[in-house]
Design a protein around this ligand. Structure first.
Ligand code: ZN
Length: 251
């Protein structure tokens, strides 16, 4: 099985379209999504339709919870809060109901999916410290735990018996092709595919991951897309200008 792992699409239709085009050339069997498919960008309805068309298995992110009232708007920054209120007005009752039903975690083959951390999925913490990675690895029953939320790609390899980090890969070159160890008893991986619709690692191209369960290979792919068009739509919709600006710099 070959999995495409997407996260943080953030209603960026141009980025999602480019990623789905790339996926169609990659012999992918299953599309997985780690949440925050809406919020910030100008095309929430179209992005949800594209994910449905791709039969993606999705978990929820904090932006979905914000849209359906499960997370108070005061939890968010001012720009994010304004985008959530705008997004809520765009979505139909059916679409909001579908977002409300998304689970916090899901399991598919060798992967467990969660937006923030596996220890407290409903808190939407940013997994940025090694200790959080070790805790999520310990709670994970599958070999790989896929996380999103930070919009920055990485692979963390953990020895779950020794509770030690074996490898932390963050550089684009090393993330383009990672070989996983096939030792399900001993090893766990934390995998962040980066963000499709609002990258924050300084590379403005869309980011997603492919996991090949047969040969234990992982690769982060970076896909160019029409950033100017996505920016123009955000400004035209009256959403905060900084949400458009940051797409150009990938921060
Ligand atoms: Zn996000």
């Amino acid at each position: 099985m070959r999995y495409a792992i997407l996260s943080d699409i953030h209603a960026n239709l141009e980025a999602l379209t480019a990623v789905l085009e790339d996926i169609s050339a990659q012999r992918i069997d299953r599309v997985l999504c780690l949440g925050d498919s809406v919020g910030y960008g100008a095309d929430p309805t179209a992005c949800l339709a594209r994910l449905e068309g791709a039969r993606a298995l999705s978990v929820c992110g904090n932006h979905e919870w914000g849209c359906v009232g499960k997370l108070d708007i005061r939890w968010f920054s001012e720009a994010a809060g304004r985008a959530i209120e705008w997004t809520r007005d765009q979505l139909s009752f059916t679409e909001l109901d579908a977002l409300r039903r998304l689970p916090l975690t899901a399991t598919e083959g060798p992967l467990t999916l969660v937006h923030g951390t596996l220890t407290h999925p409903d808190r939407f913490d940013y997994l940025i410290e090694i200790g959080q990675g070790l805790d999520s690895a310990r709670s994970c029953r599958t070999v790989v735990c896929a996380v999103g939320h930070t919009h920055v790609p990485f692979v963390l390899e953990v020895d779950r018996r020794e509770r030690q980090v074996r490898r932390l890969l963050t550089a684009a070159q090393e993330l383009s092709e990672v070989r996983l160890t096939d030792d399900a008893e001993r090893v766990r991986y934390l995998l962040n595919p980066g963000s499709v619709g609002q990258p924050r690692d300084g590379d403005p191209r869309a980011s997603y991951a492919i996991l090949d369960a047969a040969d234990h290979g992982v690769g982060i792919r970076r896909i160019p897309y029409d950033i100017e068009r996505a920016q123009a739509k955000i400004r035209h919709a009256g959403l905060p200008g900084l949400l458009a600006d940051r797409l150009g710099v990938g921060r």
